[in-house]
Design a protein around this ligand. Structure first.
Ligand code: XMP
Length: 315
């Protein structure tokens, strides 16, 4: 994509051709699905409805932020409260690919129900090129099944419409900037949400811990970026590890959990470098996580691994 204006003209014309009647558009609050939704708004107006699923796996403040953005848009917007359904689907599951499959299926079933309510079979999503490249095809190994690709069962009645499927992240950001979407450079957040940042069992308690730790990493890193202590990382987050570890608070032994903090630099997420982070920033993050999750998280690690050999997310 060289020229965002030309891309918008082409993409809206194609959307009108692909969606003869009505459509729903799946929004996650990220740049990709927000850009797809704004294209849908331009192409279809009130023939489309945006659906945002509250999976219970979202970051702190996310529902409110997304609701506020769409309140001012011309699209009809609905939040579907589905935390119980996602936690039930993930009950007892620890394998990362199985988590992604279950989440993908839960999303599809919800979107099928929403599409039926709206009298359509068209589902617009913000899939971009790395999502389907890393999800594997006949020529590639599956690295990870991105929930918005691999989770769609063959028997689904939904017809997928993917206006961004040939774009890479830097192109989507240029498009988002052109469309006037706020913070087009904000960090990506995976579709399966905090479920892939909770290694091992996904329970409401463990997701809450991951949510608190992620909010602390985001706040401290954003402050360091604003102070110019570090450049803006590509991604910065915390992962709750499936390890129990001993700590001490006051005179008491605590047998708690451990969190890994990851800051990476990247251009397109296909490769990434673990960032060199000043010690005071790491110390501030570790102190806040162990204080605000006192008795629950007793140890904070920093992940120094590049991609490859690791991936950006842990699962
Ligand atoms: P990995 O962890 O494979 O991730 O190096 C590459 C980029 O993709 C994000 N990611 C996802 N995005 N659905 C998404 O929309 C997913 O299932 C998913 N899994 C990973 C990840 O945060 C990184 O930016």
């Amino acid at each position: 994509m060289n020229d965002p204006a030309a891309f918008v003209a082409e993409a809206t014309a194609k959307l009108r051709a692909d969606v003869p009647g009505t459509a729903i558009v799946a929004v996650s609050g990220g740049i990709d699905s927000t850009a797809a939704a704004v294209l849908v708004e331009r192409a279809l107006g009130d023939r489309a409805r945006a659906i945002f699923v509250d999976t219970g796996l979202l970051r702190a403040g996310e529902v409110e932020r997304v609701r506020a953005f769409f309140r001012d848009s011309g699209l009809r917007f609905e939040v579907v409260a589905a935390a119980d359904r996602f936690f039930a689907a993930l009950d007892g599951v620890t394998d990362p690919e199985e988590k992604r499959r279950r989440i993908g299926t839960a999303f599809v079933r919800l979107f099928e129900a929403e599409a039926e309510r709206f009298g359509t079979d068209r589902l617009v999503q913000g899939t971009i090129a790395p999502d389907w490249i890393e999800s594997g095809g006949s020529l590639r190994d599956t690295i990870k099944t991105h929930h918005n690709v691999g989770g769609i069962p063959k028997d689904s009645r939904l017809v997928l419409v993917e206006p961004l499927r040939d774009l890479y992240k830097d192109e989507v950001r240029a498009l988002a900037r052109h469309l006037g979407i706020p913070s087009p450079d904000r960090q990506p957040f995976p579709g399966p949400g905090l479920a892939v940042r909770v290694n091992g069992a996904v329970t409401p308690e463990r997701v809450r811990r991951a949510r608190v730790a992620n909010a602390i990493v985001e706040a401290e890193v954003e402050r360091a970026v604003a102070d110019r202590t570090i450049p803006r990382p590509w991604q910065y987050f915390a992962v709750l590890l499936p390890a129990r570890t001993v700590g001490v608070t006051g005179d008491n032994r605590v047998y708690g959990e451990a969190v890994s903090v990851r800051l990476v630099e990247s251009v397109d997420a296909m490769t990434a470098t673990a960032m060199d982070v000043p010690r005071p920033l790491l110390k501030a993050i570790a102190e806040r996580i162990t204080r605000e999750l006192s008795g629950e998280v007793v140890r904070v690690l920093y992940d120094v691994t590049d991609k490859p050999p690791a991936t950006i997310e842990w699962e």
